[in-house]
Write a protein that binds this ligand. Structure first.
Ligand code: FES
Length: 302
């Protein structure tokens, strides 16, 4: 069903037109804030968490609004008003959580393309609709139209459920928020990937280990190596920009340290796999960093 729905959404060209206006507006807002704006953007993406922040916050409205439904049912069965008051409080908590989910969601969405961007926009619009229904419900519950308010919150629950369904599609089908280097195999022992003479100083260069692209950079007498596929959405880091001891992805601007692959700027929240390098017999050799190896060894030994 999600695939069919996504295909229908993908055919709506008006969504692209709306995104073409909204996305630059969000991007410009963060840019206008300079370094502070970038820090806020990083925070909202979840680069500090090593995981997207958005799905963490979406649990708040989903959980709170599910609780409200249960409490409304308990009020209807028992006739006790305390359950109704608790349902109102749960709806208010959900609305606060929805603000955080909206801020993180629109930030992540501002760095998407293609079908994911369209589905993401519909996902966001449904969430706005659900939050509006819940806010109206809260006002009516506290006034003289409590029953209508309860009905509106049930409608809001259905809308948020449809939105959550699309949210799942964005992760599992469009691969938004997942690590795009996951599954790539890097050598555990040193293997040659390029002739030493071919690597120029301060040039982002793509080498290969089997089918896996590797980014090589010679800088200040050192050779750095990272996975070349950007962990955000798979952008080619070798076509990006060298910024001091870091590389900026050409697609959405994620920036990674060449020293250890850590994320300096989002939207990526996953570090780049980092490789050790050495020169043997005129060849640059690479292998997965030892710290990474021991982490894998531990997992395999479990
Ligand atoms: S693919 Fe999006 S920042 Fe690299």
């Amino acid at each position: 069903m999600a695939e069919t729905l996504a295909q229908v959404i993908d055919k709506q060209e008006a969504l692209d037109a709306a995104s073409d206006v909204l996305q630059p507006a969000v991007t410009d807002l963060f840019k206008a804030g300079g370094e502070a704006g970038q820090s806020v953007k990083n925070f909202l993406h979840g680069t500090w968490l090593g995981h997207p922040l958005h799905p963490v916050l979406t649990d708040i409205p989903i959980g709170a609004w599910t609780t409200a439904i249960a409490l409304d049912a308990m009020e209807a069965v028992s006739g006790r008003e305390e359950f109704g008051s608790a349902a109102d409080a749960a709806i208010a908590v959900g609305l606060v959580g929805a603000l955080g989910a909206a801020a993180t969601g629109i930030t992540d969405w501002s760095d998407t393309n293609g079908r994911g961007r369209k589905v993401g926009l519909v996902h966001g619009l449904l969430n706005v609709g659900a939050a509006t229904l819940y806010a109206t419900s809260l006002v009516m519950r506290r006034g003289k139209a409590r029953r209508v308010g309860v009905g509106l919150s049930m409608l809001g629950y259905l809308v948020s459920g449809a939105s959550a369904y699309l949210g799942g599609h964005l992760v599992f089908e469009e691969k938004i928020g997942v690590d795009h280097t996951a599954g790539q195999q890097f050598p555990n022992e040193y293997v040659p990937v390029m002739a030493d003479a071919e690597l120029q100083e301060n040039q982002l260069t793509r080498a290969k280990y089997g089918d896996v692209p590797i980014l090589l950079v010679r800088r200040g007498g050192q050779i750095h190596a990272l996975a070349e596929t950007c962990s955000h959405l798979g952008g080619p880091l070798a076509e990006g920009e060298l910024v001091g001891d870091s590389v900026r992805c050409p697609w959405h601007g994620s920036r990674f340290s060449l020293r250890d692959g850590t994320v300096i700027d989002g939207p990526s929240t996953h570090p780049q796999p980092c490789l050790e390098t050495r020169i043997r017999e005129g060849q640059i050799e690479v292998r997965l960093r030892r710290e990474k190896l021991s982490a894998w060894d531990e997992i395999e030994g479990m």
